[in-house]
Design a protein around this ligand. Structure first.
Ligand code: PLP
Length: 388
């Protein structure tokens, strides 16, 4: 039972496990490489401030986020160390970022030129050059390396600290595309050096490529998924002795129970029907909190497509296939019918479930709303609540 936990639902986050994952990943680093912890999207739902703090305590000094707002929030929380904003930024955001300071990504030649004009005679800007190698999103092309160096050479306020790229297919079994992206990245480095530039810290790996290609570790690897305790592949991967611990657990409290007679219907569209006398428990969690919400699924092959389609078809019959189920006192229990906005019904069978009982629920961390309180534990004790 979580002392002080609110009603409804909440997420429990074990900060010791965040530190554990950081140390585990550290064992696989190539000599000279360091971990840049990606704590974007509220540290994948775990809570950016608390996660970054736990990582800092484990020895991490480098962090990355997607937006300036995320970086500024980390600074306000008292985080020292380097913070890189990986996403594209706009001129109105630069003064606060430079003052904080946050390092900014130059995501195109026009963007870099604008940054240089703004910085000139104004304020130093810590800079990472992003190279577009096949993600097709943001970055300088290898053909623009010399022009990028010329801008940096002529603008002493620009402080280049890194050159990086991002892989589009790093979690695939076949890494041919990743290797081509890497070759384009090297092309940028060669052209930059040939123009007279000194290449600062290099970083290309996310979690999957970090595991697959030690030769790409360079000065930094950017890890998010692994630190958050998740495996970056859906396929089996020969783990090099890496033990990840999942710091995240969704929980909900039983707010109401009723004993449904055989034949009773429950929930929207009356999709659920009790086959025999059944205790139904209502928990304070639903779509609004992220229960049952999944990201857009991308079928990787025909079999995958058929599986996804079968799951959808089963829902028509009120049957939820696959996926993690809620657990009550260690036993799996079924969701009765459709998940509601903030209330969901569980089929407890003949279990003697009571109002106030805790249920473990499968909440996807990134989809879990800010309206879900986070409860932080350390050494098995609750140390903080992030209230809403
Ligand atoms: C999210 C992100 C990462 C981290 O990726 P994981 O696979 O979660 O480790 C690294 N680099 C960039 C640019 C990212 O956007």
């Amino acid at each position: 039972m979580t002392e002080g936990a609110p009603g409804g639902c909440w997420a429990e986050i074990d900060l010791d496990k965040v530190g554990h994952n950081y140390r585990e990943a550290g064992r696989l680093l190539a000599p000279g490489a360091r971990i840049m912890a990606v704590v974007k999207a509220d540290a994948y739902g775990l809570g950016a401030e608390q996660t970054a703090q736990a990582l800092a305590e484990a020895g991490c000094g480098d962090f990355a986020v997607t937006t300036v707002a995320e970086g500024l929030a980390l600074r306000r929380s008292g985080l020292r160390g380097n913070i890189l904003v990986l996403g594209p930024t706009l001129p109105p955001e630069w003064p606060a970022a430079a003052e904080s300071p946050l390092a900014l990504a130059a995501v195109g030649l026009a963007h870099l030129r604008q940054l240089a004009q703004w910085a000139a005679g104004h304020s130093p800007v810590r800079l990472h050059l992003e190279v577009e190698t096949g993600m097709g999103r943001t970055g300088l092309l290898p053909e623009q390396a010399a022009a990028a160096w010329a801008l940096i050479r002529d603008t002493p306020e620009l402080r280049p600290e890194g050159v990086y790229t991002h892989f589009a297919r790093g979690a695939r079994r076949d890494l041919a595309y990743t290797e081509r992206q890497h070759a384009r990245y090297e092309e940028f480095l060669r052209a930059y050096r040939a123009a007279g530039g000194t290449v600062p810290a290099r970083h290309v790996c996310n979690s999957s490529v970090f595991l697959e290609r030690p030769a790409y570790h360079y000065e930094y690897v950017r890890l998010g998924t692994l630190l958050s305790g998740q495996w970056p592949f859906t396929r089996p991967f020969p783990s090099p002795g890496l033990t990840l611990r999942d710091p995240w657990q969704g929980k909900a409290r039983v707010l109401h129970v009723w004993d449904a007679p055989a034949g009773a219907r429950a929930g929207y569209h009356s999709l659920y029907r009790a086959r025999r006398p059944t205790r139904l428990a209502v928990i304070g969690a639903g779509y609004a909190h992220g229960l049952g919400v999944t990201p857009e699924l991308y079928p990787k092959n025909l079999l995958d497509f058929l599986k996804i389609t079968a799951k959808q078809a089963a829902l028509l019959a009120g049957c939820r296939l696959g996926g993690e189920k809620p657990r009550w006192q260690g036993q799996e229990v079924k969701i009765a019918g459709l998940i509601g906005m903030q209330l969901t019904i569980l089929d407890m069978g003949t279990n003697d479930c009571r109002v106030g009982d805790e249920v473990l629920i499968p909440l996807r961390r990134v989809q879990t709303g800010y309206n879900v309180e986070r409860c932080y534990t350390k050494d098995g004790r609750v140390v903080e609540f992030r209230r809403i």
